[in-house]
Ligand binder design. Sequence first.
Ligand code: G6P
Length: 491
Amino acid sequence: MTRRQAPVVIASNRGPVAFEPDERGVLRPHRGSGGLVTALIGAMQRTGGHWLAAAMTDGDREIARREGGRMTIEGEAGPIHLRFLDLEPELYDRYYNGVANGMLWFVHHYLWDTVRSPVFDEGTEESWQAYVEVNRRFAEALAEEGDRAPAEPVYLVQDYHLCLVPRFLRDLRPGALIAHFSHTPIAGPTYMRILPIRIREALLRGLLGADVLGFHSPAWAENFLMSARGVSGVRVDLPRSRITLEGREVAVRVHPISIDAAAIRRLAATPEAQALRRDLLRWRGDAQLLLRVDRLELTKNIVRGFLAFGEFLRRSPEWRGRVRFLALLSPSRQDLPEYRAYAEECLAAAERVNRTYGTASWIPVEVRLRDDYLGAIAAYGLYDVLLVNPVFDGMNLVAMEGPIANRRHGVLVLSRNAGAFGRLGRYALGVNPFDVRETAERIGEALALPEHERRRRARGLSRLVLANPPERWVGSQLEDLERARRRRAAR
Ligand code: G6P
């Protein structure tokens, strides 16, 4: 067996499926959506291997106990070997809500209002200890899974939930080939200094246990390199994107993830999606459609999106009655108070636009608050303008899915702070997500673009998305690990 076919052992907080009871109370797996799961499932089916994830639902926990944590699930293209880690709910809450979502997500997306938050205290320390403990358990379970593999495996560790895993796993299996991939942006070194020094150092050293660190955009890779320069005993070679510590080398690499375009087009062609599209066409009437599709998420900048639309309507009275803004928002992280408050702010901002500009026959904004992937795919088909304006975003897959499913040469208005901008920016209209005035201008510009220009941009966008198939993302990481193995052997 050549090393490229080495079995893959994946670790991510959220697994490829979650178990929920059906009408008869029988636990059934539901596939998690999103590019991460799709890309990783593709990799596993090519190479064989195992997937370790935290049990997140009560159903997952029950299954984890019943099956001793390990199970095989029939995926669309072959079996997936899955192991759920059954973590005590309180420990999990501190690790997931307290640190991963409450601290790391905030730092890497620059979400704090630093006059008032964060305040780190005793509670932070307790949560941090839980994060350390969960990461340790992931590393131990990974080592066990690796030992069961038929040949020496490679480990693919995912995201900010598991920053300490590379270090712990390195201690347990010094010769292991380990990659870690960050799906978020990475804060620059100055902003990272908000974190307590011990936590910042532990996170950086934890990641540096890997052989390869992957990011979606050169900007995030650069931020990591700059932060790593502050860690003692670490040498950073910026031009070669390489870090040396403890006599080992860590390669810092950029691999933008992509989407499964064929799967999206198949879904868009189903009778169910077509029926939803017909409903939307009736709802839209003669107006043009401005669309946004997002998790109801602090980073997505939903409130400023509505402010920008209001500003556009204020300056362009000729458009009133001729455009409708549909916001498809799926609820997210409602355990965190910041998210509950933000949901209310979003609804209030939409309502203000409707009160100011709406008439008896025209409601400018409609917000649909539910988890409805098929509804989003249907809506993608119809937009004239797609607004993707996150404050910061690791990549952003909506900016890719939209152009793949759209049938009207719709225009993409895209935040320059999304990783996707680096790939798609030249065919999008770029915005500074904090600049409501500029966003309003771009919405107007997008709605008024001549047909030939819309077509040129829409074609350019789908071409760029199609040119980067999802297999490439995993394939490149496996190649990086192979190079790391050869470098190590040559030393
Ligand atoms: C987004 C981010 C990922 C992250 C995921 C976690 O999709 O891009 O980096 O892993 O959120 O979401 P969850 O719902 O599992 O907390």
